[in-house]
Ligand binder design. Sequence first.
Ligand code: AP5
Ligand code: MG
Length: 192
Amino acid sequence: MLRALLVAPPGAGKGTQGERLADIYGVPHLSTGDILRAEIAKRSSIGLEVEEFLDRGDLVPDETMMPLLLEYVSGAEPLTGFVLDGFPRTAEQAELAHQWGMASGLTFNAVISLEVPAEELVERLVRRGDESSRSDDTIETIRFRQEIYAKDTEPLLEYYEGRGLLIEVDGTGTIEDVTRRIQDRLDQLDLS
Ligand code: AP5
Ligand code: MG
């Protein structure tokens, strides 16, 4: 059963590849960004609380993020497999994820990182901003999200490399090419 994390910068293709991998490996795709945007769309109390963070591209505090995520992974029907996209994003979240994995006996089998040059990331997100309603796809907020990624999230790659879990994949080229590259690497693992 696949239990993978997607840790990659804004616009790298976490959502795009996360959905495809979830389909291929028969597990749910859980995007913390999508979960938060759904709360905002519902105008729930959590949604109202987190909206300003997403609008400015800042991280939502753990006190709000963690219970919401845990509701999905270990709620009424605990998940045994998943592609988790957008979590963890900080060393603290990685530690909480590790504790949760140990407690539930479900450790991660892969951490997938997608490598895309910074200019291409900006181009992709600006294009999406022109076509969609994501409030954080403006040039200033894209830059800020990149800074947050570099400061808080990128250091996690070294941590996961040290634990032998990191799969680094070229995230450029067609969407199908990227999926194939990830699959080639995942298929070398024992996912039983
Ligand atoms: P989140 O939703 O995770 O946003 P993000 O990390 O900024 O990443 P994106 O969703 O913008 O990009 P992606 O990597 O998914 O790429 P995609 O596949 O869409 O987080 C949003 C916010 O929520 C955060 O800023 C924070 O406020 C909050 N949040 C989320 N998680 C949190 C956490 N754990 N803790 C605290 N706060 C949290 O692709 C991008 C575009 O490129 C698309 O248009 C796509 O069609 C296109 N594309 C994809 N692949 C290719 C390709 N191969 N070639 C050309 N174009 C491509
Ligand atoms: Mg996404």
